[in-house]
Design a protein around this ligand. Structure first.
Ligand SMILES: Cc1cc2nc3c(=O)[nH]c(=O)nc-3n(C[C@H](O)[C@H](O)[C@H](O)COP(=O)(O)O)c2cc1C
Length: 369
């Protein structure tokens, strides 16, 4: 338990003068990690992979990113898919790897596997609403049994020297709001921080985030940082989240897809500057570099992987619809280059619009994602 005790109660907001993001930007200490900003990237399975994380980091402002959720047993078996999910490099720092399982032994094994390979932080998923994952005792199902969940996390904390964090929801449903109690008991067990998505599992991704219950969760702990999450799309959303909940940091998921410049805007606002809009050239560079980074990791298969980004790039960058349609179907690097050249020439033809509905979410609590 020594490592866990060291990690306890070390969540402090810090004005870090060495922070490359600027002297006025407040950082955060989570266990032994000094994070330079309080703006974190929430995992979005299928989107927040290595290439996308690096692109966001290059824009500035990301205090911490987390991988997509990785099944602990798959990681122990070193399946190709799980190794792709934990792929990282020096530019992709600071990073936590998110693991999930209903089986404590697998979680412990995966945590040790990660520690042995030099990863710096472990995040345990207790928020996923997907039926397949809950049915196996993982994800949000863990929140129904507070004692069992704490016991499971404690075993992981005991097994590694890395800071262990937990991502959860408010509870299973309105009648079972367990986040405040769970957070308090996780703090006692030595958890370094918790991220709370302000919805219940029953809500899925519908309805609104309950900031009152997020605040109750913040108030239930002593010093462990609580990171508030859900529906932050703008600088104003983040500022009001801090003000209304007292959270130590915010995690932005879909908001980072809809506006990859949101982290940069957040630090600009914190410094008292006017948040700036990306120029058309910057927007094009983002699109092209994102694909190029994907190719470095996935080779030609990137042509298929990248297609799922076409719809939101179309809206966010205002890509004319016929070209967006081609981005959904392109088959080669040469074709991608030709499409992007046309996008550049026809910039401004279509208005930018960023509907949240663009990002597919599991539709309701019992869906098969
Ligand atoms: C497509 C998609 C994939 C997600 N994947 C994960 C995941 O792998 N792990 C996790 O903890 N949460 C996951 N989430 C939940 C988000 O991290 C976040 O909690 C939720 O979307 C609310 O925050 P937002 O409004 O900023 O997106 C996912 C959400 C979406 C929409």
């Amino acid at each position: 338990m020594a490592a866990a005790a060291e990690h306890r109660n070390t969540g402090q907001a810090t004005a870090d003068p060495s922070c490359s993001a600027g002297p006025q930007v407040t950082g955060l200490q989570i266990g032994p990690r000094s994070l330079q900003t309080r703006y974190f990237l929430a995992p979005l399975a299928g989107y927040t992979h290595l290439a996308f994380r690096i692109m966001l980091r290059r824009l500035g402002g990301v205090g911490l990113a987390t991988t997509d959720l990785v099944q602990a047993r798959m990681l122990l078996s070193e399946t190709r898919k799980s190794l792709e999910l934990v792929a990282t490099n020096d530019e992709d720092r600071p990073l936590s790897v998110q693991i999930f399982s209903g089986c404590p032994g697998d979680l412990v094994g995966a945590a040790r596997w990660l520690q042995d390979r030099g990863y710096e932080g472990i995040d345990i998923n207790m928020g996923c609403p997907v039926a397949r994952i809950n049915g196996a005792g993982g994800g949000a199902r863990l929140m129904c049994d507070v004692a069992g969940a704490v016991e499971m996390v404690a075993r992981v904390i005991d097994a590694v020297d890395l800071p262990v964090t937990v991502k959860m929801r408010l509870g299973w449903d309105d009648n079972r709001i367990t986040a405040p109690e769970l957070a308090a008991r996780l703090e006692d067990a030595g958890t370094a921080a918790v991220t709370v998505h302000g919805r219940t599992r029953q809500q899925g991704f519908g309805g609104t985030v309950c900031r009152r219950l997020l605040r109750e969760t913040v108030q239930a702990v002593r010093r462990m940082p609580v990171i508030a999450n859900g529906d932050i799309r703008t600088v104003h959303d983040a500022q009001t989240m801090f003000a209304e909940t007292g959270c130590a940091a915010v995690a932005v998921g879909r908001g980072a897809m809809l506006d990859p410049w949101i982290f940069r805007r957040l630090i600009q606002a914190e410094r008292g500057e006017t948040p700036s809009d990306p120029s058309p050239d910057e927007q094009m560079a983002f699109l092209i570099d994102h694909f190029s980074l994907m190719r470095q990791q996935h080779g030609d298969y990137s042509c298929i992987l990248f297609r799922k980004f076409a719809a939101w790039y179309g809206c966010v960058l205002g890509i004319p619809e016929d070209l967006e349609d081609r981005l959904r179907r392109f088959e080669s690097v040469a074709e991608f280059d030709e499409i992007t050249e046309q996008v550049r020439r026809r910039h401004g033809e279509r208005r930018r619009q960023i509907p949240t509905a663009l990002i597919r979410v599991p539709d309701g609590p019992v869906s098969h994602w």
